[in-house]
Design a protein around this ligand. Structure first.
Ligand code: FAD
Length: 488
């Protein structure tokens, strides 16, 4: 198995909203949605229906500020089907929310329409052989981990407790188990899906092979997933945690990151990612490296060299997956305006450095912006983990730029900063002959088209499947559910 590395840059983008909906709010909901909400209020009552987003975690302020005509919280697949029927009958716009970690209005909080909040759907049914678990799509990763840990199992959740299983899995899903099993989406054996015509389908390789293909990376383009049947694996305590380093250790860290991605790629118990972030208070950069090893070993061989580099502080220990997810969530709390952007390339310490330097140069004029926190996360992706990787072969690195800031007035220049980072990083990886076209949908910016990166044949196949299951275009960019990334 070979590895990919992906880099991800995050900043909070402002999405242009239609003028008709710009002044949305409970009192200015579009008429179709007033009717839809009135029906939903009658059917679901105050326990599952509300006008606002109280008691709901939304990670980004842009989504927190978004007003829907109403919110509804289904408890079952039948509820979801009923809600979708009402919505379609009234032609009301809607959005589906799992953990609420998307970053723009309409992604998972409807602008003036109905927000379907899946948070009541958190069942866990472990199969008798304990090799799979059927779980509700409204889980956050902590509730998922806690649910399966009762059986000494874990599954392919991500790193952060409050990220939702829905968006994470439908987009891909990087976790500490990715080196061994691939992305979360490649470990879903069955989906329970409410189709765009509001009927229910059980989707697996045998029943609906095309839809099964489409749901692995197809995001919210094919219906509303209510349950995933996912791989479960035995897991006791494992190694995890983070070590923080001074910026002057960068050369040594870059070298070790490269070694871990290439020389150690066959030790699939090992996963890691590292961050290069700007600390506004100190006007300096910090580096953190997250170590993961699925056995209860404190200093496993892959990390021996890394562990010789002097660090400032460390949380490395043996613990449960759920506990690590709580720790990681505390480092990325809700709040701020945020943007993500991503580039993928073949592993190279030199390119890691160059992409970090592009971020460092680009952020200079923004240093004084309120609440400014740009951070570059670089992590390996093993080729078995993504279809694009399988097709092209070879290792890759996924770079994720994340940017956080405080004021709406800065939206435009933050978007420009991220866009420039993408353009310069793409050009740099191309001129090094190491560019990889794959864009991880859950790390992409709105200026990027992750579906384009799936290749023309896959896009055509996805479009055909969408036409078949959604002839009215309910889940398309012109339909009723328009947010996040749409198949063009
Ligand atoms: C702090 C933080 C940490 C992260 N860590 C990781 C990580 O470790 N690994 C990783 O791979 N990614 C990670 N991500 C990226 C994350 O996977 C995406 O942001 C993901 O889309 C979030 O899912 P959500 O359910 O929380 O968000 P939401 O905003 O609720 O949903 C995102 C999109 O998915 C759609 N959706 C959600 N549920 C359903 C459903 N049941 N049916 C149909 N559509 C649905 C929504 O409509 C929306 O368009 C992280 C993001 C953040 C902000």
């Amino acid at each position: 198995m070979s590895a990919f590395i992906t880099a991800f840059l995050g900043v909070g983008p402002a999405m242009a909203l239609g003028a008709a909906l710009a002044n949305h709010g409970n009192t200015s909901a579009v008429p179709e949605c007033v009717q839809a909400c009135s029906h939903l209020a009658n059917i679901f009552g105050p326990d599952a229906y509300s006008l606002g987003n109280a008691n709901v975690t939304l990670w980004d302020v842009k989504q927190q500020e978004t007003h829907s005509a109403c919110w509804v919280q289904p408890s079952s697949t039948e509820d979801v089907s009923t809600i979708l029927s009402v919505i379609i009958d009234t032609s009301c716009r809607f959005a589906v929310k799992s953990g609420g970690h998307a970053r723009d209005p309409d992604d998972s909080v409807s602008v003036g329409g109905v927000t379907i909040d899946m948070q009541k759907m958190r069942s866990v049914e472990v199969a008798p052989d304990q090799k799979t678990a059927k779980v509700g799509s409204g889980h956050v990763l902590l509730s998922l981990y806690e649910g399966v840990e009762k059986y000494n199992l874990t599954t392919l959740g991500g790193r952060v407790a409050d990220v939702g299983l829905g968006g994470y899995t439908l987009g891909g899903g990087f976790s500490h188990l990715a080196p061994k099993y691939g992305l979360a989406m490649d470990n879903v054996f069955e989906y329970e899906l409410v189709l765009p015509n509001a009927t229910v389908a059980i989707v697996n390789q045998e029943t609906h092979p095309d839809l099964y293909f489409a749901l692995r990376g197809g995001m919210n383009n094919f219906g509303i997933v209510t349950h995933f049947t996912m791989r479960a694996v035995k897991q006791g305590q494992m190694l995890g945690g983070v070590r923080a380093y001074r910026a002057d250790t960068r050369d040594a860290i870059l070298e070790q990151a490269y070694e871990l991605t290439t020389s150690w790629k066959n030790d699939t118990n090992m996963a890691f990612y590292y961050d290069y972030g700007y600390d506004q208070e100190r006007d300096d950069f910090t580096i953190t490296v997250s170590q993961e090893y699925t056995l209860p070993v404190l200093n496993p061989a892959p990390f021996e060299q890394l562990n010789r580099i002097p660090f400032e502080h460390s949380t490395i220990r043996l613990d449960r997956t759920s506990r690590f997810s709580i720790e990681t969530a505390s480092a990325t709390p809700p709040g701020g305006r945020n943007l993500f952007a991503t580039v993928t390339y073949s592993p190279s310490a030199d390119l890691d450095r160059q992409l970090q330097d592009i971020m460092a140069k680009g952020l200079q004029p923004l240093k004084k912006a309120s609440g400014f926190f740009p951070n570059l996360v670089i992590q390996p992706l093993y080729e078995g983990a993504i279809r694009a990787g399988k097709e092209r072969g070879g290792n890759a690195a996924v770079a994720l730029l994340t940017v956080r800031w405080g004021n709406a007035e800065d939206d435009e220049r933050m978007n420009a900063f991220a866009q420039e980072w993408v353009e310069r990083s793409t050009a740099t990886t191309k001129s090094a002959g190491k560019h990889h076209p794959w864009l991880y949908i859950n790390y992409a910016s709105k200026a990027q088209d992750p579906f384009l990166s799936y290749g023309e044949a896959n896009q055509q196949k996805l479009r055909r499947i969408q036409r078949e299951v959604d002839p009215q275009g309910v889940f398309t960019s012109d339909g009723l559910c328009r947010g996040y990334f749409k198949l063009q």
